[in-house]
Write a protein that binds this ligand. Structure first.
Ligand SMILES: NC(=O)c1ccc[n+]([C@@H]2O[C@H](COP(=O)([O-])OP(=O)(O)OC[C@H]3O[C@@H](n4cnc5c(N)ncnc54)[C@H](OP(=O)(O)O)[C@@H]3O)[C@@H](O)[C@H]2O)c1
Length: 316
């Protein structure tokens, strides 16, 4: 098999495509012939050494996988050879999916949506799974909720907008002015330019009833700034670290809940997402498909910023 490995942390050119022995699935595991992966910010963060203490070198990147089951280990009941699947490989604990083959625990592997390609499916597990976990499982999203999504044009944001609309929410989002039409095409009802100095006063003035859920995918002082935008007992859900000290007092007055999410693997969640995709409620947003041999260029594109959707990696 072929795999992209890093033997040191650093710039994109530390990634090398090498030959490795194809692994066999152990008890409760499946061997997947990878057909597609995708690029996420966590791949770049891992590659440059942000999680040094949790990563053993040499390491393999890749936290999205779509492929076909090639072998099934003992003790696997629900999956069989030939099944088309998609999943989030165990983050930071396991070999990643930038490879032609990948072994994973069957319990976190789900059947891929039938109506889309492997490349489209590979853009869903981490980003749409995180959006679903934040809004549905932590935020307790329901029809009629008012939801504010910070970073609606990002990998997580493009799916968060769609998940919120799928559940019948009113969706307000922030994006750069260039992406306003893009996020509205995804279903956002209103978009605010995050570069505007009056962003938070505008949001407060225009949405005085407050938001039931605010999703923070951008960090900095977003939690502090968003607490005063909440409806009573509203929820702020953040997926980014709190490197900046923040004053959370406004949350006390609102009886707010603040949730931090480091996404967990769940075959059930992905099965629910696959149903929503096949029903036409969530569409994969693929800006570009690149090859595994182009992984260095794909990382460079993500690091350059200003994307409209995800970069899928085709593994043929
Ligand atoms: N905790 C978890 O489980 C988890 C899971 C997935 C992702 N994450 C993290 O979440 C973050 C976002 O991930 P992603 O995949 O969505 O990233 P991404 O695809 O790189 O998107 C980032 C988006 O944020 C927008 N943006 C930048 N500054 C902003 C601001 N101040 N306000 C509003 N939008 C802003 C950018 O818009 P423009 O391009 O228009 O400037 C871009 O669309 C990353 O740090 C990632 O590591 C965490």
């Amino acid at each position: 098999m072929k795999a992209v490995v890093i033997e040191q942390f650093g710039a994109s050119n530390v990634m090398k495509l090498v030959e490795q022995a194809t692994p066999s699935p152990g008890y409760g595991e499946v061997l997947v012939r990878v057909r597609a992966a995708s690029v996420n910010p966590v791949d770049i963060q891992t590659r440059r050494g942000d999680y040094k203490s949790a990563v053993t070198l040499p390491a393999r990147l890749g936290v999205d996988c779509a492929g076909i089951i090639e072998k099934v280990g003992e003790g696997v009941a629900d999956l069989k050879v030939g099944d088309e699947v998609f999943y989030v490989p165990r983050l930071l604990e396991n070999e990643g999916s930038y490879a032609t083959h990948h072994v994973e625990k069957a319990s976190i592997v789900a059947k891929k949506p039938v109506s889309i390609s492997f490349e489209q499916a590979a853009t869903l597990p981490l980003a749409s799974g995180t959006a679903w976990e934040c809004l549905v499982e932590r935020g307790r999203l329901k029809k009629g909720d008012k939801v504010l999504i910070h970073g609606g044009a990002g990998g997580v944001g493009v799916y968060a907008i769609q998940v919120a609309k799928y559940f019948g929410a009113h969706v307000v989002t922030t994006a750069s002015a260039d992406n306003a039409d893009f996020v509205k095409m995804l279903g956002a009802d209103v978009c605010y330019d995050y570069r505007s100095e009056s962003l938070y006063t505008d949001l407060q003035r225009d949405h005085s009833a407050g938001f039931d859920i605010v999703l923070d995918t951008v960090g900095q002082k977003t939690i502090e700034n968003s607490l005063s935008l909440l409806a009573a007992a509203g929820r702020v859900v953040s997926i980014v670290d709190m490197a900046v000290p923040q004053n959370l007092m406004a949350g006390w007055l609102a009886n707010a809940e603040i949730h931090f999410v480091f996404t967990t693997q769940s075959a059930k969640r992905l099965t629910d997402i696959a149903k929503a995709v096949d029903a036409g409620g969530i569409k994969p947003i693929v800006e570009r498909v690149m090859k595994l041999t182009e992984i260095v260029a794909a990382h460079n594109l993500i690091e350059a910023g200003s994307r409209k959707g995800k970069i899928a990696i085709s593994v043929d």
